[in-house]
Structure formats: C-alpha cells, structure tokens
Design a protein around this ligand. Sequence first.
Ligand code: COA
Length: 160
Amino acid sequence: MRTAVYPGTFDPVTNGHMDIIERALKLFDRLYVVVADNPQKNATFTAQERVGMLREALKSHNSRLEIEYFSGLLLDYAKKKKSNVIVRGLRAISDFEFEFQRAQFNREFAKDIETIFIMTKDDYAFLSSSIIKEIAMFQGSVNGFVPAVVEKKLKEKFGK
Ligand code: COA
C-alpha cells in the first residue's frame, strides 16, 4: 500500500490545499493529512478547529484519509505512520527556498523519507491562509477560495 504524509499548518485549509490533497489521493492509497505547528507562526485557529475544518471539508474522502494533529517533528510522525513520503505543494519560486531547506533537513535525518512536490493549480497560486484571513477580517468575500465550512468559521471569527 502506497502511503504519504501531507503536513501543514492549515490555518485555515484553503481550496489550494484541497487541490493538493485530491491530486495526492490519485498517487497514494492512503494519505495522512497532518495538522502540525510551524513555530514561526501564531495560529488564528486552534489545532482542534483546524482539524475539524479539514475533517468536515474532506468527509466524502474519509476512507482513504486520516486527518489528525501532531505536535512534534514531522519525521517522527512519518515514521510512526510507516510512511516514507512527505507531500508538499509548491506555489511559486518564493516557496522554493523554505521547502528546499526543510526537504534537505528531513533527508539528512531520515534518508529513506522522500519529499515530493506537487505544483499548485494556477487558480490558487496566489492564495494563502493569511490572505484569506485578511480578506475575511475586513468583511470581504472568500467564496470560491475556501471550503464552505471554512467560510462559515471565518464569519463566526471575524463577522460583525
Ligand atoms: N495553494 C495555495 N496556498 C497554499 C498551498 C496551495 N496548494 N499550499 C500551501 N499554501 C499556503 C498556506 O495557505 C500557507 O499560507 P500562510 O503562510 O499564509 O499561512 C502557506 O502556503 C504554507 O502553509 P502550510 O503548507 O499550511 O504550512 P506551513 O508551511 O506553515 O507548514 C510545517 C510547515 C507545519 C509542515 C512545518 O513547520 C513542520 O513540519 N512542522 C513540524 C515540526 C518540524 O518537523 N519541524 C522541522 C521541519 S524541517
């Protein structure tokens, strides 16, 4: 069985992430979507909220997906799941340096774990969770850029 881990902060999940998940599901039999912490970011949503939004948005794929929060090193999570592939999305050259450094680090410490990159769909190349939150904060519409559950949660968080 081919398995892979798709990690992210997912604060919140966007249609850009959803596209990567759907495409990764074509390549792997089982995908572990793991909500992890990037210590350089202060998350707006709690880990529980981030997992909840992902689960709701992906409920129709549930049999081949496992969605959970993990606090710790990504490599330890991949080993725990006996998965030797990490999937990441790449949007633009600006993502490259960050991703390259992390992929190199992970390779250094676990030679049998490979990071593979899926190029983000053009329609979502400009998206980011921060931009979505900024638009929602100023009462703009995020319709079409995030799953319905996220749109609802953003309204609850930032709506007047
Ligand atoms: N389309 C559109 N936007 C996308 C996207 C796509 N396909 N893929 C990612 N993005 C955006 C996200 O919305 C996010 O935007 P933001 O910066 O405004 O929040 C940004 O790109 C990247 O976020 P995401 O992929 O969700 O997570 P991340 O880069 O913050 O995740 C971890 C980093 C969690 C994977 C990393 O910190 C980690 O592995 N943590 C665990 C601890 C560890 O092992 N550390 C050592 C690692 S070497």
